[in-house]
Ligand binder design. Sequence first.
Ligand SMILES: C[S@@+](CC[C@H](N)C(=O)[O-])C[C@H]1O[C@@H](n2cnc3c(N)ncnc32)[C@H](O)[C@@H]1O
Length: 209
Amino acid sequence: MNCSTKRVHFGSLFFDVYSDVYEPAEDSFLFADNLDVRSDEKVLDLGTGCGILSVLAAQKAQSVVAVDLNPYAIRCAKQNAKLNGVSGISFVQGDLFTFLKTNVFFDLILFNAPYLPSEDNEMSSWIGRAWAGGANGREVVDRFISKVALHLKKNGRVLLMQSTLTGVNETILAFNRQGLNASVIANRNLPFFETLTLIEAKAKPENLH
Ligand SMILES: C[S@@+](CC[C@H](N)C(=O)[O-])C[C@H]1O[C@@H](n2cnc3c(N)ncnc32)[C@H](O)[C@@H]1O
């Protein structure tokens, strides 16, 4: 691992980002700007990276579980929680939901996913795996959607960041097939015909009893 770090600021918080860890970018900031967490909520932050969303969520939530495939991200996120004086976060290195028992549920599940179309070889580095979503960009997004309802409380919410390059309607339909209603709650235009899109999904009313 290359241990060099870069410091990134968000409001009064700051994050030291290791070179093998995703540096918070437009997608992280759009997510952070629209993150609304309640004090009684149990939050799962998948793909925590340097921990930016976990640290923000932990300032309000009852508890936060921060997960990442990348072991350096977990180390980095732990350090950033400490630097910002935030407690109440459990850190786990793992692949999406695979480490969770079947009877564990959350009020709020966050994922700033790897969502960009990519070549196979781009998934061979930790930084590549932070953004590369396979040939159509949907490899990790679709795996996430296929399991998310299994760990969501009845009245829970899912927040997923992706881009228009990955097919927003396809994502909304995929959530629908899992019994969740989904809609775009925020977006931000980038240069070259790409829009970042924050999608919220919740259980359909007919599934709430
Ligand atoms: C776009 S970055 C987002 C990082 C951070 N949440 C942020 O907003 O700045 C995506 C993160 O997901 C992680 N990741 C990719 N595939 C994963 C998987 N299958 N399970 C868990 N984490 C994964 C990457 O290592 C990376 O840290």
